[in-house]
Design a binder for this molecule. Sequence first.
Ligand code: PHE
Length: 368
Amino acid sequence: MTNDDIPNLTAFDDAALDKAFGAVEQQAKSDAAAIDGPQAVEAFRLRWLGRKQGLLKEISTRWLKASPVEARKPVGERFKTLQALVEGLLEQSSVTGPTDAALAAEAIDITLPGTRRLTGAEHPITRTLNEITRVFAALGYSVGVGPEVETDFYNFESMNFPPGHPARDTQDTLVVANQDRRPLRDRLLLRTHTSPVQMRTMESQPPPVRIIIPGKVHRNDAQDATHSPIFHQVEGLCVDSNITFSDLKGTLDHAMKALFGSSVKTRFFPSFFPFTEPSADVQISCIFCGGNGCRKCKNSGWIELLGCGMVDPAVFAFAAQKQPAYDPKKISGFAFGMGAERIAMMKYGISEIGQLYAGDMRFLGQFV
Ligand code: PHE
């Protein structure tokens, strides 16, 4: 029944009124019986009691307001009864709610197992970078970042690898094509280490500096079980007055114990990097055999883990071009750099570096 189905009354005697109102009451009752849920209750309310478009409003207009004066009373009484009936029906269905059939249709089996949502987890490399960063953050280091596409100047020249110097050959470099028309120092390459961020940091602030720099680096290395052309490093730089090699040793010894356990020992071997002097390689006592000698440490009891050294005065001289306070006569500092994959592989017993990049959920799922 729509509003258009409400006829105009032509007769107003009792029989005609009973018939007209009776039909509408019947309709209201059958509408109410068909209610099968909260939405249907609302639809019923709108259809019958809607203030502008409801059926009762239409009946009031067509029958009550249009009736001749002498019929006002009987029409009005019947209209009130109808209104009470509709309101009663609405109240009942709101209270009783949906029918059994509707409930059955919506029923769920609460004994079924739920849907498990996969939660994300840190990738083992990210986790390792964060762990190392946290150790140094606790020592008061702040975190720095720099671009992965770097200039020849920051990656090499300012780190004291002069143009044409053979030390450049130790870092097989991926260079960006079509840069030949630029001056060498501006040519772009994929950074081979995080050390250029040392220079970017010093150029942007005077000493003292304590900064830790986790990041991605690239080298033109063939992939094998332990090498990948893309890998990650964590760089550290500390510059202040009176920083000595003892500070370097104490800091790295503490960091290795924090990362691998307090029983780990460290030892420092002379090494070479263009940007540090003196330079050292740091070895830790083998975490697999405790230093007794095993396959993992090639029976030496020691595992080489990172490079470090005292910042070379030539590096400070480059920094001093922008920040004169980096005067090697007044300040000193140390730097270190370590490979995150190597540390992750040791900590988590991973034998193939490629597993870290394969995106295989069977592998990654172990680190949730
Ligand atoms: N940048 C060096 C490398 O990638 C590591 C290093 C950093 C060594 C800082 C000394 C000081 O091999």
